[in-house]
Design a protein around this ligand. Structure first.
Ligand code: PLP
Length: 465
Protein backbone atom coordinates (compact mmCIF):
# COMPACT_ATOMS: atom_id res chain seq x y z
CA UNK A 1 0.00 0.00 0.00
CA UNK A 2 1.24 3.45 -0.94
CA UNK A 3 0.72 6.60 1.08
CA UNK A 4 0.09 10.02 -0.45
CA UNK A 5 0.26 13.57 0.92
CA UNK A 6 -2.89 15.66 1.41
CA UNK A 7 -1.12 18.49 -0.42
CA UNK A 8 -0.05 16.44 -3.42
CA UNK A 9 3.51 17.70 -3.81
CA UNK A 10 5.45 15.15 -1.73
CA UNK A 11 6.64 11.74 -2.93
CA UNK A 12 4.50 8.65 -2.32
CA UNK A 13 5.88 6.60 0.56
CA UNK A 14 5.68 3.04 1.83
CA UNK A 15 4.29 2.16 5.29
CA UNK A 16 7.76 1.94 6.77
CA UNK A 17 8.75 5.35 5.42
CA UNK A 18 5.51 6.96 6.53
CA UNK A 19 5.98 5.70 10.06
CA UNK A 20 9.49 7.21 10.20
CA UNK A 21 8.38 10.58 8.84
CA UNK A 22 6.56 13.45 10.49
CA UNK A 23 4.87 15.84 8.12
CA UNK A 24 5.18 15.26 4.38
CA UNK A 25 7.83 17.43 2.71
CA UNK A 26 5.08 19.66 1.26
CA UNK A 27 3.68 20.30 4.76
CA UNK A 28 0.79 17.86 4.25
CA UNK A 29 -0.21 14.70 6.09
CA UNK A 30 0.11 11.20 4.71
CA UNK A 31 -3.01 9.08 4.04
CA UNK A 32 -3.37 5.67 2.37
CA UNK A 33 -3.73 5.96 -1.41
CA UNK A 34 -6.74 3.66 -1.09
CA UNK A 35 -8.60 1.92 1.71
CA UNK A 36 -9.51 -1.75 1.95
CA UNK A 37 -13.31 -2.14 1.95
CA UNK A 38 -14.95 -5.13 3.65
CA UNK A 39 -18.33 -6.74 2.96
CA UNK A 40 -20.97 -7.30 5.62
CA UNK A 41 -20.23 -11.05 5.58
CA UNK A 42 -16.54 -10.47 6.05
CA UNK A 43 -17.04 -8.08 8.97
CA UNK A 44 -19.60 -10.45 10.52
CA UNK A 45 -17.03 -13.26 10.38
CA UNK A 46 -14.81 -11.25 12.80
CA UNK A 47 -17.43 -11.22 15.55
CA UNK A 48 -15.67 -13.75 17.77
CA UNK A 49 -12.13 -12.49 17.39
CA UNK A 50 -10.21 -11.28 20.42
CA UNK A 51 -8.95 -7.69 20.35
CA UNK A 52 -5.43 -8.60 19.15
CA UNK A 53 -6.82 -10.99 16.53
CA UNK A 54 -9.11 -8.29 15.17
CA UNK A 55 -6.27 -5.77 15.28
CA UNK A 56 -4.20 -8.05 13.07
CA UNK A 57 -7.03 -8.30 10.48
CA UNK A 58 -7.42 -4.53 10.30
CA UNK A 59 -3.75 -3.55 10.49
CA UNK A 60 -2.08 -6.11 8.19
CA UNK A 61 -3.30 -4.56 4.88
CA UNK A 62 -1.90 -1.16 5.92
CA UNK A 63 1.48 -2.62 6.88
CA UNK A 64 1.33 -4.42 3.54
CA UNK A 65 4.15 -6.90 4.00
CA UNK A 66 6.65 -4.43 5.50
CA UNK A 67 6.60 -6.80 8.50
CA UNK A 68 5.98 -10.53 7.90
CA UNK A 69 2.56 -11.64 9.21
CA UNK A 70 3.97 -13.95 11.89
CA UNK A 71 6.11 -11.14 13.33
CA UNK A 72 3.29 -8.60 13.08
CA UNK A 73 1.06 -10.94 15.08
CA UNK A 74 3.65 -11.18 17.86
CA UNK A 75 4.07 -7.39 17.91
CA UNK A 76 0.31 -6.81 18.18
CA UNK A 77 -0.17 -9.47 20.88
CA UNK A 78 2.65 -7.94 22.86
CA UNK A 79 1.35 -4.35 22.46
CA UNK A 80 -1.98 -5.19 24.09
CA UNK A 81 -0.76 -7.78 26.62
CA UNK A 82 -0.18 -5.14 29.32
CA UNK A 83 -3.73 -3.80 29.24
CA UNK A 84 -5.45 -4.38 32.57
CA UNK A 85 -8.72 -5.71 31.22
CA UNK A 86 -9.03 -9.08 29.47
CA UNK A 87 -11.23 -7.53 26.75
CA UNK A 88 -8.59 -4.76 26.18
CA UNK A 89 -11.36 -2.37 25.05
CA UNK A 90 -14.49 -3.36 27.00
CA UNK A 91 -17.86 -1.95 25.98
CA UNK A 92 -20.06 -1.21 29.00
CA UNK A 93 -23.67 -0.13 29.13
CA UNK A 94 -24.59 3.30 30.43
CA UNK A 95 -28.30 3.47 29.54
CA UNK A 96 -30.80 2.01 27.12
CA UNK A 97 -28.91 1.61 23.83
CA UNK A 98 -26.23 3.87 25.27
CA UNK A 99 -22.70 2.49 25.64
CA UNK A 100 -19.20 3.45 26.66
CA UNK A 101 -16.09 2.09 24.98
CA UNK A 102 -13.51 2.04 27.79
CA UNK A 103 -10.16 2.92 26.27
CA UNK A 104 -8.29 3.58 29.51
CA UNK A 105 -7.06 0.15 30.58
CA UNK A 106 -3.58 0.63 29.11
CA UNK A 107 -0.43 1.44 31.10
CA UNK A 108 -1.00 5.23 31.23
CA UNK A 109 -4.80 5.19 31.64
CA UNK A 110 -5.71 7.04 28.42
CA UNK A 111 -6.65 5.91 24.93
CA UNK A 112 -3.32 7.03 23.50
CA UNK A 113 -1.84 3.75 24.76
CA UNK A 114 -3.72 1.92 21.98
CA UNK A 115 -1.64 3.65 19.34
CA UNK A 116 1.62 4.24 21.17
CA UNK A 117 2.08 0.77 22.65
CA UNK A 118 1.91 -0.48 19.08
CA UNK A 119 3.91 2.32 17.46
CA UNK A 120 6.86 1.84 19.82
CA UNK A 121 7.06 -1.85 18.96
CA UNK A 122 6.60 -1.31 15.21
CA UNK A 123 9.36 1.31 15.21
CA UNK A 124 11.69 -0.91 17.19
CA UNK A 125 11.19 -3.83 14.78
CA UNK A 126 11.71 -1.73 11.66
CA UNK A 127 14.71 0.15 13.08
CA UNK A 128 16.50 -3.03 14.13
CA UNK A 129 15.90 -4.47 10.68
CA UNK A 130 17.28 -1.31 9.03
CA UNK A 131 20.10 -1.03 11.59
CA UNK A 132 19.05 2.57 12.14
CA UNK A 133 18.77 4.73 15.25
CA UNK A 134 16.30 7.61 15.61
CA UNK A 135 15.35 10.33 18.05
CA UNK A 136 11.76 10.90 19.09
CA UNK A 137 10.97 14.47 20.01
CA UNK A 138 7.50 15.49 21.07
CA UNK A 139 5.59 18.10 23.02
CA UNK A 140 2.86 17.17 25.45
CA UNK A 141 0.18 18.81 27.51
CA UNK A 142 -0.05 15.57 29.45
CA UNK A 143 -1.28 12.31 27.95
CA UNK A 144 0.76 11.96 24.76
CA UNK A 145 4.06 12.26 26.60
CA UNK A 146 3.46 9.50 29.10
CA UNK A 147 1.93 7.18 26.50
CA UNK A 148 4.86 7.75 24.12
CA UNK A 149 7.41 7.15 26.88
CA UNK A 150 5.65 3.96 27.99
CA UNK A 151 5.45 2.80 24.38
CA UNK A 152 9.14 3.42 23.63
CA UNK A 153 10.92 2.86 26.97
CA UNK A 154 12.21 -0.56 25.96
CA UNK A 155 13.05 0.27 22.33
CA UNK A 156 16.70 -0.38 21.59
CA UNK A 157 17.18 2.13 18.81
CA UNK A 158 15.20 5.11 20.09
CA UNK A 159 16.15 8.01 22.32
CA UNK A 160 13.04 9.88 23.38
CA UNK A 161 12.77 13.53 24.45
CA UNK A 162 9.43 14.85 25.65
CA UNK A 163 8.90 18.56 26.31
CA UNK A 164 6.20 19.54 28.77
CA UNK A 165 5.32 22.98 30.15
CA UNK A 166 6.98 23.25 33.58
CA UNK A 167 4.42 23.15 36.41
CA UNK A 168 1.48 23.14 33.99
CA UNK A 169 0.68 19.45 33.72
CA UNK A 170 -1.22 17.57 36.42
CA UNK A 171 0.75 15.73 39.12
CA UNK A 172 -0.46 12.36 37.87
CA UNK A 173 0.50 13.20 34.31
CA UNK A 174 3.97 14.45 35.31
CA UNK A 175 4.67 11.50 37.57
CA UNK A 176 3.70 9.05 34.84
CA UNK A 177 6.28 10.59 32.51
CA UNK A 178 9.11 11.39 34.86
CA UNK A 179 9.15 8.16 36.85
CA UNK A 180 10.34 6.15 33.86
CA UNK A 181 14.05 6.07 34.61
CA UNK A 182 16.16 5.06 31.62
CA UNK A 183 19.24 6.53 29.90
CA UNK A 184 17.17 6.79 26.72
CA UNK A 185 14.16 8.59 28.22
CA UNK A 186 14.37 12.34 28.78
CA UNK A 187 11.72 14.65 30.17
CA UNK A 188 12.35 18.34 29.60
CA UNK A 189 10.25 20.72 31.69
CA UNK A 190 10.22 23.92 29.65
CA UNK A 191 9.75 27.26 31.37
CA UNK A 192 6.93 28.22 29.04
CA UNK A 193 3.51 27.01 27.94
CA UNK A 194 2.43 24.10 25.73
CA UNK A 195 2.46 26.22 22.57
CA UNK A 196 6.10 27.15 23.25
CA UNK A 197 6.95 23.45 23.54
CA UNK A 198 5.04 22.61 20.38
CA UNK A 199 6.70 25.42 18.45
CA UNK A 200 10.20 24.30 19.45
CA UNK A 201 9.43 20.75 18.36
CA UNK A 202 8.12 22.04 15.03
CA UNK A 203 11.27 24.10 14.43
CA UNK A 204 13.43 21.14 15.34
CA UNK A 205 11.72 18.95 12.74
CA UNK A 206 12.21 21.67 10.11
CA UNK A 207 15.97 21.85 10.72
CA UNK A 208 17.45 18.70 12.22
CA UNK A 209 21.11 19.68 11.89
CA UNK A 210 21.48 19.82 15.70
CA UNK A 211 21.20 16.03 15.90
CA UNK A 212 24.23 13.73 16.03
CA UNK A 213 25.40 12.41 12.66
CA UNK A 214 23.03 9.88 11.09
CA UNK A 215 20.05 10.47 13.39
CA UNK A 216 16.63 11.76 12.35
CA UNK A 217 13.54 12.82 14.25
CA UNK A 218 10.37 10.70 14.36
CA UNK A 219 6.96 12.14 15.28
CA UNK A 220 4.71 10.51 17.87
CA UNK A 221 1.75 12.88 17.69
CA UNK A 222 -1.33 11.94 15.74
CA UNK A 223 0.03 13.24 12.46
CA UNK A 224 1.86 9.87 12.43
CA UNK A 225 -0.29 7.57 10.28
CA UNK A 226 0.50 4.48 12.34
CA UNK A 227 -1.33 6.02 15.29
CA UNK A 228 -4.52 6.55 13.30
CA UNK A 229 -4.27 3.03 11.91
CA UNK A 230 -4.17 1.49 15.38
CA UNK A 231 -7.25 3.46 16.41
CA UNK A 232 -9.45 2.14 13.57
CA UNK A 233 -9.46 -1.25 15.31
CA UNK A 234 -11.51 -0.29 18.35
CA UNK A 235 -14.33 1.15 16.24
CA UNK A 236 -14.77 -2.27 14.65
CA UNK A 237 -14.37 -4.02 18.00
CA UNK A 238 -17.04 -1.87 19.67
CA UNK A 239 -19.37 -2.04 16.68
CA UNK A 240 -19.17 -5.84 16.60
CA UNK A 241 -19.79 -5.95 20.36
CA UNK A 242 -23.20 -4.28 20.02
CA UNK A 243 -24.43 -6.07 16.90
CA UNK A 244 -22.78 -4.53 13.82
CA UNK A 245 -22.57 -5.18 10.93
CA UNK A 246 -26.16 -6.46 11.10
CA UNK A 247 -27.26 -3.19 12.64
CA UNK A 248 -25.97 0.37 12.45
CA UNK A 249 -23.99 2.01 15.26
CA UNK A 250 -23.14 5.61 16.16
CA UNK A 251 -20.09 7.00 17.94
CA UNK A 252 -19.44 10.10 20.00
CA UNK A 253 -15.77 11.03 20.24
CA UNK A 254 -14.11 13.58 22.55
CA UNK A 255 -11.61 15.07 20.16
CA UNK A 256 -9.24 17.99 19.78
CA UNK A 257 -6.81 17.19 17.04
CA UNK A 258 -9.39 15.18 15.10
CA UNK A 259 -7.17 12.10 15.26
CA UNK A 260 -9.51 9.80 17.09
CA UNK A 261 -12.66 10.67 15.19
CA UNK A 262 -10.82 10.52 11.87
CA UNK A 263 -10.08 6.86 12.67
CA UNK A 264 -13.84 6.39 13.11
CA UNK A 265 -14.49 7.96 9.74
CA UNK A 266 -12.03 5.52 8.17
CA UNK A 267 -13.76 2.56 9.86
CA UNK A 268 -16.97 3.74 8.19
CA UNK A 269 -15.26 4.01 4.79
CA UNK A 270 -13.94 0.48 5.27
CA UNK A 271 -17.43 -0.94 5.63
CA UNK A 272 -18.53 -0.55 9.26
CA UNK A 273 -22.19 0.63 9.13
CA UNK A 274 -21.86 3.91 11.06
CA UNK A 275 -24.94 6.09 11.37
CA UNK A 276 -23.51 9.12 13.20
CA UNK A 277 -20.04 10.36 14.14
CA UNK A 278 -20.32 13.06 16.78
CA UNK A 279 -17.39 15.44 17.26
CA UNK A 280 -17.38 16.35 20.97
CA UNK A 281 -15.24 19.35 21.94
CA UNK A 282 -14.67 21.53 24.98
CA UNK A 283 -14.59 25.34 24.82
CA UNK A 284 -11.71 25.14 22.39
CA UNK A 285 -14.29 24.51 19.74
CA UNK A 286 -12.76 25.38 16.37
CA UNK A 287 -14.15 22.10 14.98
CA UNK A 288 -17.67 22.68 16.28
CA UNK A 289 -17.71 26.26 15.03
CA UNK A 290 -16.58 25.12 11.61
CA UNK A 291 -19.18 22.35 11.44
CA UNK A 292 -21.90 24.78 12.48
CA UNK A 293 -21.06 27.70 10.23
CA UNK A 294 -18.42 26.74 7.64
CA UNK A 295 -16.05 29.28 9.17
CA UNK A 296 -12.58 28.09 10.12
CA UNK A 297 -11.17 30.59 12.54
CA UNK A 298 -8.53 30.30 15.27
CA UNK A 299 -9.27 31.71 18.68
CA UNK A 300 -7.24 32.21 21.84
CA UNK A 301 -6.44 28.96 23.65
CA UNK A 302 -8.57 28.40 26.76
CA UNK A 303 -7.50 26.23 29.69
CA UNK A 304 -10.31 23.84 30.57
CA UNK A 305 -11.01 20.91 32.88
CA UNK A 306 -10.39 18.62 29.89
CA UNK A 307 -6.80 19.68 29.11
CA UNK A 308 -6.06 16.92 26.61
CA UNK A 309 -8.45 18.62 24.21
CA UNK A 310 -7.09 22.14 24.71
CA UNK A 311 -5.93 22.98 21.19
CA UNK A 312 -6.18 26.03 18.99
CA UNK A 313 -5.93 24.34 15.59
CA UNK A 314 -6.78 20.77 14.81
CA UNK A 315 -3.91 19.15 12.97
CA UNK A 316 -5.68 16.08 11.59
CA UNK A 317 -8.58 18.09 10.27
CA UNK A 318 -6.54 18.46 7.10
CA UNK A 319 -7.14 14.75 6.45
CA UNK A 320 -10.92 15.31 6.60
CA UNK A 321 -10.64 18.33 4.31
CA UNK A 322 -8.80 16.15 1.82
CA UNK A 323 -11.68 13.65 1.82
CA UNK A 324 -14.53 16.16 1.58
CA UNK A 325 -12.76 17.83 -1.35
CA UNK A 326 -12.80 14.40 -3.02
CA UNK A 327 -9.04 14.13 -2.57
CA UNK A 328 -8.27 17.33 -4.46
CA UNK A 329 -4.81 18.04 -3.00
CA UNK A 330 -4.54 21.42 -4.73
CA UNK A 331 -7.68 22.63 -2.95
CA UNK A 332 -6.31 21.50 0.43
CA UNK A 333 -2.95 23.10 -0.31
CA UNK A 334 -4.54 26.45 -1.05
CA UNK A 335 -6.84 26.25 2.01
CA UNK A 336 -3.96 25.49 4.35
CA UNK A 337 -1.80 28.24 2.86
CA UNK A 338 -4.54 30.80 3.50
CA UNK A 339 -5.59 29.43 6.90
CA UNK A 340 -2.58 31.00 8.58
CA UNK A 341 -3.89 34.49 8.10
CA UNK A 342 -7.64 34.55 7.51
CA UNK A 343 -10.90 32.99 8.57
CA UNK A 344 -11.91 30.56 5.88
CA UNK A 345 -14.81 28.70 4.34
CA UNK A 346 -14.91 25.81 1.92
CA UNK A 347 -17.21 25.46 -1.09
CA UNK A 348 -20.80 24.35 -0.44
CA UNK A 349 -20.50 20.94 -2.07
CA UNK A 350 -17.46 19.99 0.04
CA UNK A 351 -19.08 21.35 3.20
CA UNK A 352 -22.22 19.30 2.52
CA UNK A 353 -20.12 16.17 2.06
CA UNK A 354 -18.38 16.82 5.37
CA UNK A 355 -21.67 17.40 7.21
CA UNK A 356 -23.02 14.12 5.85
CA UNK A 357 -20.48 12.33 8.02
CA UNK A 358 -20.11 14.47 11.14
CA UNK A 359 -22.26 16.07 13.82
CA UNK A 360 -20.70 18.24 16.48
CA UNK A 361 -21.28 19.72 19.91
CA UNK A 362 -19.21 21.89 22.30
CA UNK A 363 -19.38 21.51 26.08
CA UNK A 364 -18.40 24.11 28.71
CA UNK A 365 -16.55 23.27 31.94
CA UNK A 366 -19.74 23.74 33.95
CA UNK A 367 -21.70 21.33 31.77
CA UNK A 368 -18.78 18.90 31.88
CA UNK A 369 -18.89 18.67 35.68
CA UNK A 370 -22.70 18.62 35.64
CA UNK A 371 -22.58 15.65 33.29
CA UNK A 372 -20.08 13.81 35.51
CA UNK A 373 -22.46 14.39 38.45
CA UNK A 374 -25.57 13.43 36.49
CA UNK A 375 -24.15 10.17 35.16
CA UNK A 376 -22.82 9.27 38.60
CA UNK A 377 -26.25 9.91 40.01
CA UNK A 378 -27.89 7.73 37.33
CA UNK A 379 -25.63 4.71 37.49
CA UNK A 380 -22.70 5.37 39.84
CA UNK A 381 -20.41 5.39 36.84
CA UNK A 382 -17.62 7.92 37.26
CA UNK A 383 -16.66 9.55 33.95
CA UNK A 384 -13.44 11.44 33.39
CA UNK A 385 -14.04 15.00 32.06
CA UNK A 386 -13.15 14.11 28.43
CA UNK A 387 -15.50 11.15 28.39
CA UNK A 388 -18.21 13.29 30.03
CA UNK A 389 -17.96 15.71 27.11
CA UNK A 390 -18.46 12.75 24.79
CA UNK A 391 -21.54 11.54 26.68
CA UNK A 392 -23.10 15.00 26.76
CA UNK A 393 -22.53 15.51 23.02
CA UNK A 394 -23.92 12.03 22.31
CA UNK A 395 -27.12 12.77 24.20
CA UNK A 396 -27.55 16.13 22.44
CA UNK A 397 -26.85 14.90 18.92
CA UNK A 398 -28.38 11.38 18.98
CA UNK A 399 -31.00 11.36 16.20
CA UNK A 400 -32.32 7.78 16.17
CA UNK A 401 -32.51 6.16 19.60
CA UNK A 402 -32.93 2.71 18.06
CA UNK A 403 -29.31 2.95 16.85
CA UNK A 404 -26.82 2.15 19.62
CA UNK A 405 -24.72 5.17 20.60
CA UNK A 406 -21.18 4.40 21.77
CA UNK A 407 -19.17 7.12 23.49
CA UNK A 408 -15.41 6.70 23.58
CA UNK A 409 -14.25 6.90 27.21
CA UNK A 410 -10.76 8.24 26.57
CA UNK A 411 -9.28 8.44 30.07
CA UNK A 412 -9.56 7.06 33.59
CA UNK A 413 -11.10 9.56 36.06
CA UNK A 414 -8.09 9.29 38.40
CA UNK A 415 -6.04 11.22 35.83
CA UNK A 416 -8.19 14.32 36.26
CA UNK A 417 -9.06 14.70 39.96
CA UNK A 418 -9.81 18.44 39.70
CA UNK A 419 -12.91 17.92 37.55
CA UNK A 420 -14.04 14.99 39.66
CA UNK A 421 -13.93 17.02 42.88
CA UNK A 422 -15.74 19.89 41.15
CA UNK A 423 -18.48 17.46 40.15
CA UNK A 424 -19.27 16.97 43.83
CA UNK A 425 -17.33 13.81 44.70
CA UNK A 426 -15.89 13.99 48.20
CA UNK A 427 -12.68 12.17 47.43
CA UNK A 428 -10.26 12.08 44.55
CA UNK A 429 -10.75 8.89 42.54
CA UNK A 430 -8.25 6.17 43.44
CA UNK A 431 -5.58 5.18 40.97
CA UNK A 432 -5.84 1.57 39.77
CA UNK A 433 -3.89 -0.96 41.81
CA UNK A 434 -0.87 -1.23 39.56
CA UNK A 435 -0.32 2.50 39.93
CA UNK A 436 -1.13 2.94 43.58
CA UNK A 437 2.53 3.69 44.36
CA UNK A 438 2.87 6.34 41.63
CA UNK A 439 3.53 9.17 44.05
CA UNK A 440 6.30 7.28 45.82
CA UNK A 441 8.22 6.59 42.62
CA UNK A 442 11.49 8.37 41.92
CA UNK A 443 11.24 11.16 39.34
CA UNK A 444 13.76 12.49 36.88
CA UNK A 445 13.42 15.53 34.64
CA UNK A 446 15.40 18.55 33.55
CA UNK A 447 14.09 22.10 33.75
CA UNK A 448 15.25 24.23 30.83
CA UNK A 449 14.44 27.78 29.74
CA UNK A 450 12.27 28.46 26.69
CA UNK A 451 15.34 28.63 24.47
CA UNK A 452 15.67 26.44 21.39
CA UNK A 453 19.50 26.37 21.12
CA UNK A 454 19.79 25.29 24.77
CA UNK A 455 17.20 22.57 24.34
CA UNK A 456 18.79 21.30 21.16
CA UNK A 457 22.23 21.30 22.78
CA UNK A 458 20.80 19.25 25.64
CA UNK A 459 19.34 16.71 23.21
CA UNK A 460 22.56 16.47 21.25
CA UNK A 461 24.53 15.88 24.45
CA UNK A 462 22.13 13.24 25.84
CA UNK A 463 21.57 11.03 22.77
CA UNK A 464 23.22 7.69 23.51
CA UNK A 465 26.02 7.23 20.98
C1 PLP B 1 -5.56 13.12 23.40
C2 PLP B 1 -6.85 12.99 24.11
C3 PLP B 1 -8.08 13.32 23.49
C4 PLP B 1 -8.16 13.93 22.10
O1 PLP B 1 -7.67 13.08 21.09
P1 PLP B 1 -7.53 13.55 19.57
O2 PLP B 1 -6.39 12.79 19.01
O3 PLP B 1 -7.31 15.00 19.61
O4 PLP B 1 -8.78 13.20 18.87
C5 PLP B 1 -9.24 13.10 24.20
N1 PLP B 1 -9.23 12.60 25.46
C6 PLP B 1 -8.08 12.28 26.08
C7 PLP B 1 -8.13 11.75 27.47
C8 PLP B 1 -6.86 12.45 25.43
O5 PLP B 1 -5.71 12.13 26.06
Amino acid sequence: MKYISTRGRAPELSFEEVMLTGLASDGGLYVPAELPVYSTEEIASWANLSYPELAFKIIAPFVDGAIPDADLKVIIDDAYADFRHPAVAPVVQLGHNEWLLELFHGPTLAFKDFALQLLGRLLDYVLIKRDQKVVIMGATSGDTGSAAIEGCRRCENIDIFILHPHQRVSDVQRKQMTSVISPKVHNIAVEGNFDDCQEMVKQSFADQSFLPEGRQLVAVNSINWARIMAQIVYYFYAGLSVGAPHRKVSFSVPTGNFGDIYAGYLAKQMGLPVEQLVIATNRNDILHRFMSSNHYEKQQLEHTLSPSMDIMVSSNFERALFECHERDAAAVDSFMARSRSESLSIDDASFTRLREHFDSYAVSDQVTVDTIAQVFDESEYLLDPHSAIGVKAARECWRDRSVPMITLATAHPAKFPEAIIKSGQENEPALPHHMADLFEREERYTVLPKDLPQIQAFIDAQVVR
